[in-house]
Design a protein around this ligand. Structure first.
Ligand SMILES: C[S@@+](CC[C@H](N)C(=O)[O-])C[C@H]1O[C@@H](n2cnc3c(N)ncnc32)[C@H](O)[C@@H]1O
Length: 335
């Protein structure tokens, strides 16, 4: 790593601020509609011309815009990913990946390292946390590909059973259950999350045309009556909120809601044998869990296997994906 790399790392947050501001002000959408001059852009976005000139030049400096004789143009990647009306639009992910909630929590990273957990009064485990409404609204771009892969992995097992009842625990947007329901018309989904999140979840069920096969279970997954028995329980991208012991307790609870030949699916960042330098994603994600939860982090497959065993499940079958997530499936133990 070079001296310049060090300086770049010190200032990386400035690029995040520029990208976020450009998206939130609608700069990329306006340029896609043909605007190009500073005065015109400032006027249409109700901004000060000096402020807009500095922003546009900085967006050009970091490669998100290009400047030509007639003014500013979208760089190719901005045209693909940052224009709301285009199919590849990723801009809403700033509400998830560059949220003020994460930013505020990360400001206290040193205290979290000293304490061994979050020092925030309000954090990812707080009931009714508003961040999860944004996550449910805007995380579609990252959730959809993994939800589709999970649906493919489960395809043969579901087809063999025919009609399946599925509990999606801490469902967020609900896409894992709804992708599955879209492919398997006999599947019925029970979407569990905090009540404020389920208001958003319901909108995705309607958008995806599966709402008539969806039920909602509002409440805390550690205490709300789960109903059942279910063929399948989905537990996606939430086990990292908790310690290994708490994960084991949750799995034992979910086991009681499954049929004797039922199956559990866990999806999430999973620590493998490789060094963090080779497989950075789960380790960087653990930092967020450190500042944002009491005891959470990315767990290893070995940790899941111990939790599954103690909760009455067989060892996990592990499906690596090209994404930074792994898919684990585990069947209820016989006898
Ligand atoms: C990272 S999101 C995962 C959403 C979705 N399952 C996915 O894979 O994208 C975590 C979700 O867990 C929910 N959650 C966290 N703790 C919960 C609890 N104790 N009871 C119910 N839901 C909870 C949050 O509201 C949020 O929607």
């Amino acid at each position: 790593m070079t001296r310049q790399d060090m300086f770049d790392m010190m200032q990386a947050y400035k690029k995040t601020s520029l990208l976020k501001t450009g998206i939130q002000m609608g700069v990329f959408d306006l340029l896609a509609n043909g605007a190009s001059g500073t005065e015109e852009i400032a006027d249409k976005l109700a901004a000060d011309p000096r402020g807009m000139r500095i922003l546009l030049n900085a967006l050009t400096a970091i490669g998100l815009l290009e400047s030509g004789p007639a003014g500013y143009l979208l760089a190719p990647a901005s045209a693909d990913f940052l224009v709301r009306s285009r199919p590849g639009y990723l801009g809403d992910m700033v509400h998830v990946m560059a949220s003020d909630w994460e930013w505020d929590a990360l400001r206290d990273l040193t205290s979290a390292v000293r304490t061994g957990g979050t020092v925030q009064d309000v954090h990812a485990e707080t009931p009714g946390y508003a961040y999860w409404e944004d996550f449910a609204s805007f995380a579609v771009a990252v959730a959809e590909p993994t939800a589709k892969i999970m649906t493919e992995v489960l395809g043969p097992w579901i087809r063999e059973r025919g009609a399946v009842n599925v509990l999606d625990v801490a469902c967020g947007h609900g896409l894992y259950g709804y992708e599955l329901a879209a492919v398997h018309p006999e599947a019925r989904i029970w979407s569990l999350d905090w009540p404020n999140v389920l208001d958003v979840t319901r909108q995705h069920a309607e958008r995806l045309g599966v709402a008539d096969r969806v039920n909602f279970v509002p409440g805390d997954m550690f205490s709300v009556p789960l109903g059942g028995p279910y063929d399948l329980v989905l537990l996606t991208n939430v086990t990292h909120h908790f310690s290994a012991d708490r994960v084991a307790a949750l799995l034992a609870r979910l086991r009681t809601a499954l049929k004797p030949d039922g199956r559990l699916v866990i999806v999430g960042f999973t620590v493998g044998d490789a060094s963090p330098a080779v497989d950075p994603a789960p380790h960087l994600f653990s930092v967020l869990m450190l500042v944002w939860t009491a005891e959470g982090e990315s767990h290893s497959v070995a940790t899941y296997d111990r939790a599954l065993d103690s909760a009455g499940f067989q060892p996990a079958a592990v499906y690596p994906t090209e994404l930074p997530f792994r898919i684990l499936t585990a069947d209820v133990k016989h006898g």
